[in-house]
Design a protein around this ligand. Structure first.
Ligand code: PGA
Length: 254
């Protein structure tokens, strides 16, 4: 089933976030698409209550790798496990602005999987890397770091999101061909390292300035199974339209 994830980033007050979650849950119906929202940590518990029994999944935007201890400001997987289903790791804003390394992303993925969270692992090249023709090398290095040695059963709890850094928040969506090429590369890497069946089963998302006009063609590509949506996920109508674009039978929205 396609997956559409709304990454709210560092946006909305708690009351505004509750309103947004409730609006999204009203607009987006159960259909042929799985929908997950990633509000800020401060909102998670109240939104979990609000969404209890609903068809919208909930996740965190990041997680630390230690279970507990003297790590001021961090949130551990044990704090999320059991009531929050998803977590995002490796987002480019954390890699670039907060200097997270490939090794950090691996440790976060290890910890999240050990606590039975479903994990969205984001990968992507910068504009400079793409211009220098290094896209394949950069993506492969990120995949090697996060996924080498993983089993097919680990992969069942993972989703990979291809997010070219130059496309995030820039209004410059990758073309469907550009996005498909890298998503195909990701699936091939998984087939080689974790087995063909696991690779076919894996959901690969595209993210980076997806909007209600570009979504349908992106999601129609054979290796793109949905999207990771930033800015447009803060606009309930736009987000619902994007969800609908991922629905092969058009049942995901009222
Ligand atoms: P954007 O963000 O849709 O605003 O480009 C996507 C993301 O960073 O996940």
């Amino acid at each position: 089933m396609p997956l559409v994830v709304g990454n709210w980033k560092m946006n909305t007050s708690v009351p505004d976030g509750l309103q947004l979650a409730s609006r999204i849950s009203d607009l987006v119906m159960v259909g042929g698409v799985e929908v997950v929202i990633l509000p800020p940590f401060t909102h998670l518990w109240s939104i979990a209550e609000l969404l209890r029994g609903s068809h919208i999944g909930l996740g965190a935007q990041d997680v630390f790798w230690e279970p507990a201890g003297a790590f001021t400001g961090e949130i551990s997987p044990t704090m999320l496990s059991g009531w929050c289903d998803w977590v995002l790791v490796g987002h480019s804003e954390r890699r670039h602005l907060l200097k997270e390394t490939n090794a950090d992303v691996r440790r976060k993925l290890d910890a999240a999987l050990a606590h039975e969270l479903s994990v969205i692992v984001a990968v992507g090249e910068t504009g400079v890397e793409r211009d220098a023709d290094h896209t394949e090398k950069v993506i492969t290095r990120q995949l090697d770091a996060a996924f080498s040695g993983r089993t097919a059963s680990d992969l069942e709890s993972c989703v990979v999101a291809y997010e070219p850094v130059w496309a995030i928040g820039s209004g410059r969506t990758a073309t469907p061909d550009q996005a498909e090429q890298v998503c195909q590369l990701i699936r091939q890497w998984m087939a080689t390292h974790c087995g063909e069946a696991a690779a076919q089963h894996l959901r690969v998302l595209y993210g980076g300035s997806v909007n209600d006009r570009t979504a349908r063609e992106l999601f129609a590509q054979s290796d793109i199974d949905g999207g990771l949506i930033g800015g447009a996920s803060l606009e309930p109508d736009d987000f619902a339209a994007i969800v609908m674009a991922a629905d092969p039978v058009g049942e995901a929205s009222r």
